[in-house]
Design a protein around this ligand. Structure first.
Ligand SMILES: [Zn+2]
Length: 140
């Protein structure tokens, strides 16, 4: 988990400890969930589904690690009450994808039919969308 911590700090530009959400430790529980959730994080507590792990179709270490990147991001995210859920989840997915964990069935670079289905950063939406589609013309 230390590797994941440092990856998140670097990716989210949290090199300065004063910028980080303070967490002295993280608790990880693997248990049966009543619903279909793969994992749920609250504060510094991650609850991962044993059913997800048991039924994972593929390299379970890979699947487990990919979920840890997502959930550990939640542990270190500042969570203002007005933050949209899509932003919170999007940051956690972004971390996972930047760590090269692309879940099966999730969009890969060049996929998508609209601007909010791809990896677009730092420029006006229209410009990003055009550059994105131009970059992957072979997939259009
Ligand atoms: Zn999440």
């Amino acid at each position: 988990m230390g590797v994941i911590n440092q990856f998140i700090y670097t990716l989210l530009d949290k090199k300065n400890p004063d910028d980080r959400r303070p967490q002295d430790f993280v608790q990880l529980y693997i248990d049966v969930h009543a619903d279909d959730a793969v994992a749920v994080t609250s504060g510094n507590i991650i609850n991962m589904s044993s059913i997800f792990i048991q039924n994972y179709d593929g390299d379970v270490k890979w699947g487990f690690t990919s979920i840890l990147y997502h959930e550990m991001t939640h542990v270190f995210q500042w969570l203002p009450s007005n933050a949209p859920d899509g932003l919170i989840e999007g940051m956690a997915d972004y971390t996972m994808l930047k760590a090269n964990y692309f879940p099966p069935g999730q969009a890969k670079p060049g996929d998508g039919d609209s601007w909010d289905q791809g990896d677009l950063l730092g420029k006006p939406i229209d410009q990003l969308w055009q550059e994105y589609k131009d970059k992957y013309k072979h997939n259009v």
